[in-house]
Design a protein around this ligand. Structure first.
Ligand code: ADP
Ligand code: SF4
Length: 694
């Protein structure tokens, strides 16, 4: 297949100062949870994006000095020559595919507290740390500013020596340089504060000095916010930003435009749809002749085309779409649009950086495993034998196992009890705001359609006898999990039904099956991720009076790691859901739910006629256990190999299920040494003698 000529414009080369991008696909800087700690994993992952057709591939934020250290969130760094060597691994791989490599220079200021280096963070004033650590910054004097400029220049030179083609001045996201631009924060009385002219002085100096240092070989990009402060979604508060932009418009070689509200810029699909930054971009292109890039969770080639044709951007910027599908540009070029693995906007990728572990992705199970496990998003080893595989259950785990095994060439049968494929994603995507989760199913269902070696049977609930009679060589049980009615009290699952009563206690499965609870209803959330809030929203929309209680100190606590917690709580409060934190549900008698404070143990009675328990799930492993029981637990006695995968093995997030399905498919007929399941990317201490001396 070939590229639809309509999309040719997306594949035009674009000049960026002294370098030329081979096309308009631009992977903007994005965190990976790898940074300086995992250079080999990082290099392989970025290289695969270049192979997949991204014309520009950037690093994550790159600390320019130890006084900007973000651990436990792993950033990249350009502190010394060993950083140059580490980055060379990446730039070589990116260049091998004809793409440009970009390095984002970063200084955190108010947002870093330097937990590892224990240096003092510098910012324009003595500010409290903005992410809640009990540390303040030191106000930069003029010598500090001079020193900072020197650090920046030195890092730019290192970036050039590491082979980067684009070097960033990073002036957004609440980090040091953006604070200098901010009229409310920057009240300095020297030539770096006060007037707009003064507040932009530092960024102007940095652009000039970076150009002077590396501009003959590298393009200089600036990351800049198009609005001044956070307003309603889609309603920019530009403030003086147009004037500021006009002042700087021709200085860099490229503009990478963001906005003030990070939770909109990288919003979850529940609240934010494709191309949300467009209303903020209205003035940008008309004020500069330099190329412009911005993001928008672009997965539709038509949206991309429209953005370029209407002159909103020159480059299609992407972080998440390039994570979900590193081969997105090539698929457009090769006319394989139906094969694009579209990002679902869940932000599980972001949780890696939040937790300080390597990135993972719900849609792309190979993300982060390119080096460690040698997994490529588009290539997989051919089948290791002519054997046949039966997969029971077509949720994310079963679907991904069938897709990847189908690609390997196995004869695969996928049996699903219900009429629809997709398991939990099909059920959850019908809930408010969740429609894009269906993409987990859609991509796989589409791929399976094209595989003659995969047969899909719907409305086929298999029993142990059915599985035995099928005579497959391998059987994978992917039958998912069911939400429980109990809660876990730290030691055991316990019922909350008050003694002698039979109150209406429901689960998310009941709600998704269409059961209408009696109001007022209490949604009790011990899961702590998105579903509690989504169920509460649905019931509120259905006209019930809803309370949401959780034993955690935050509503949807884990969603803090996916950068959506704040939006979830705001949204629920605006809808009128009563939110109760730090309280666990002890009992419910059909009229009163008794909550107790996690700290004081004080009781809080709440009027409710039904309760929805969003607590834990029970693996649906009866079929697996029955098959095992048939051979008295001696799995090797079965005439097929037997494995459970996904939620049926251990309930978890959707990303864990697609990963499990993929892993099963990768490892079938391949022997993976049990004690060496993956390579270990870490600082190498080199040769040591038996006494430990180097
Ligand atoms: P996972 O996230 O692990 O993929 P899901 O709960 O999303 O799990 O999906 C499990 C799927 O398995 C559901 O679509 C369910 O209908 C199906 N299923 C459960 N039991 C059987 C069975 N005995 N035979 C066929 N399909 C089954
Ligand atoms: Fe998109 Fe979710 Fe993958 Fe991130 S983890 S790239 S948001 S599908």
């Amino acid at each position: 297949m070939t590229c639809d000529p309509r999309y040719d414009i997306l594949f035009e080369p674009v000049e960026i100062g002294p370098v030329t991008a081979p096309n308009r696909f631009y992977q903007v800087p994005h965190c990976t949870g790898m940074g300086w700690q995992r250079p080999r994993m990082l290099a392989e992952m970025r290289g695969i994006k270049a192979e997949g057709g991204w014309g520009v591939v950037c690093t994550e934020y790159n600390s320019i000095h130890p006084s900007s250290d973000d651990l436990p969130h792993p950033s990249a760094s350009l502190w010394d020559d060993s950083d140059i060597r580490a980055h060379l691994l990446m730039t070589d791989k990116v260049h091998a595919h004809g793409a440009l490599a970009g390095a984002e220079l970063w200084y955190g200021g108010i947002r870093t507290s330097n937990m590892m280096t224990r240096e003092i963070a510098l910012d324009l004033d003595s500010f409290p740390n903005s992410v809640g650590n009990p540390f303040q910054t030191r106000a930069m004097d003029k010598t500090d500013i001079k020193t900072f400029r020197h650090w920046h220049k030195r890092a730019a030179l290192r970036a050039r020596d590491a082979g980067f083609d684009i070097v960033y001045v990073y002036a957004t996201h609440g980090y040091l340089i953006s604070n200098f631009l901010n009229p409310r924060m920057n009240t300095r009385s020297d030539e770096y504060g006060g007037s707009m002219e003064n507040r932009t002085r530092l960024v102007r100096e940095l652009i000039e000095e970076t150009k002077e240092a590396v501009g003959d070989r590298c393009a200089v990009a600036v990351r800049f916010a198009a609005d001044e402060r956070i307003g309603e979604d889609g309603m920019p508060i530009h403030g003086e930003r147009r004037d500021m932009f006009e002042m700087l418009a021709e200085m860099p070689d490229l503009w990478d435009i963001n906005i003030a509200d990070y939770s909109l810029e990288m919003g979850v699909s529940r609240f934010v749809k494709e191309a949300p930054l467009e209303p903020y971009m209205d003035f940008v292109k008309s004020m500069t002749t330099k190329p412009v890039v911005t993001v928008g969770r672009f997965t539709s080639p038509d949206t991309m085309l429209s953005q370029v044709k209407r002159g909103i951007v020159d480059f299609i910027g992407a972080a998440r779409p390039s994570i979900a599908d590193p081969f997105l540009p090539r698929k457009i070029k090769e006319g394989r649009i139906d094969s694009i693995r579209e990002c679902i906007g869940c932000n599980v990728c972001y949780s890696g950086d939040a937790i300080g572990v390597p990135i993972r992705c719900t849609q792309n199970p190979t993300m982060g495993e390119e080096w460690r496990k040698g997994w490529h998003p588009e290539k997989i080893a051919p089948k290791g034998s002519d054997s046949s595989v039966l997969i029971v259950g077509a949720g994310p785990a079963g679907l991904e196992a069938a897709r990847a095994l189908g690609e390997r060439g196995y004869k695969v049968t996928l049996a699903e009890a219900s009429r629809d494929l997709g398991g939990r994603v099909t059920r959850e995507c019908a809930l408010p705001g969740m429609s894009e989760y269906a993409r987990v199913r859609n991509y796989r269902e589409q791929e399976l359609l094209e595989m003659a070696n995969v047969e899909v049977y719907r409305e086929s609930a298999l029993t142990a006898q059915d599985v035995m009679a099928f005579e497959a060589d391998h059987v994978a049980i992917a039958t998912g999990a069911t939400w429980r009615k109990e809660r876990f009290n730290g030691e055991a699952y316990v019922s909350v039904a008050a003694a002698g009563s039979a109150p209406e206690i429901l689960t998310p499965d009941d709600i998704m099956n269409g059961v209408a609870p009696k109001g007022p209803v209490l949604v009790y959330d011990e899961d702590g991720y998105y579903l509690g809030g989504v169920i509460a929203e649905k019931l509120q929309q259905d006209g019930l009076e809803v309370s949401l209680a959780t034993p955690a100190d935050n509503i949807s606590d884990w969603a803090g790691k996916t950068s959506e917690r704040w939006r979830v709580r705001t949204h629920l409060m605006k809808l009128g859901v009563e939110t109760i934190v730090s309280h666990s549900l002890q009992s419910f008698d059909g009229n009163t739910a008794t909550l107790t404070c996690e700290y004081s143990a004080r009781e809080k009675p709440l009027a409710a006629r039904s309760v929805v328990m969003v607590t834990q799930r029970s693996p649906n492993d009866a079929l697996y256990q029955e098959l095992l029981a048939a051979v008295d637990g001696q799995v090797e006695e079965l005439p097929f190999t037997l494995k459970r995968i996904g939620d049926c093995e251990a309930p978890a997030i959707i990303a864990a299920a697609t990963y499990a399905g993929h892993q099963y498919a990768r490892e079938l007929d391949n022997t993976v040494e049990p004690d060496e399941p993956l390579k270990h990317d870490r600082v190498d201490v080199g040769e040591t003698s038996p006494t430990g001396a180097a």
